[in-house]
Design a protein around this ligand. Structure first.
Ligand SMILES: [Zn+2]
Length: 91
């Protein structure tokens, strides 16, 4: 996998290249949907649960649905799906 290209709390930038995580390198090295990417989802959801409280509420920070779309980019969620997912993760 993308060695060292991991998100770091609390600003969720890549530990290696400092881009907002998941950075382009991490995304590029991730399998395509249908080619095993689904195995990543449980890990991504765990990370997402940490990232939402870390990132929301920052002055110019993303809103929870935007955080969901960013961290679950594999799923290509539309705005409504992202909003519903963000609400479910609040619990
Ligand atoms: Zn990176």
């Amino acid at each position: 996998m993308a060695r060292g290209h991991l998100g770091r709390r609390p600003d969720w930038r890549c530990a290696r290249c400092a881009d907002p995580w998941p950075c382009p390198t991490f995304r590029a090295l991730t399998p395509a949907p249908g080619a095993g990417a689904g195995r990543l989802l449980p890990s991504l959801v765990l990370v997402l649960r940490q990232a939402i409280p870390d990132l929301r509420g920052r002055p110019e920070g993303p809103r929870p649905p935007e955080i969901v779309q960013r961290f679950l980019w594999l799923l290509n969620l539309n705005a409504e799906e992202a909003r519903a997912t963000a609400l479910r993760l609040r619990r």
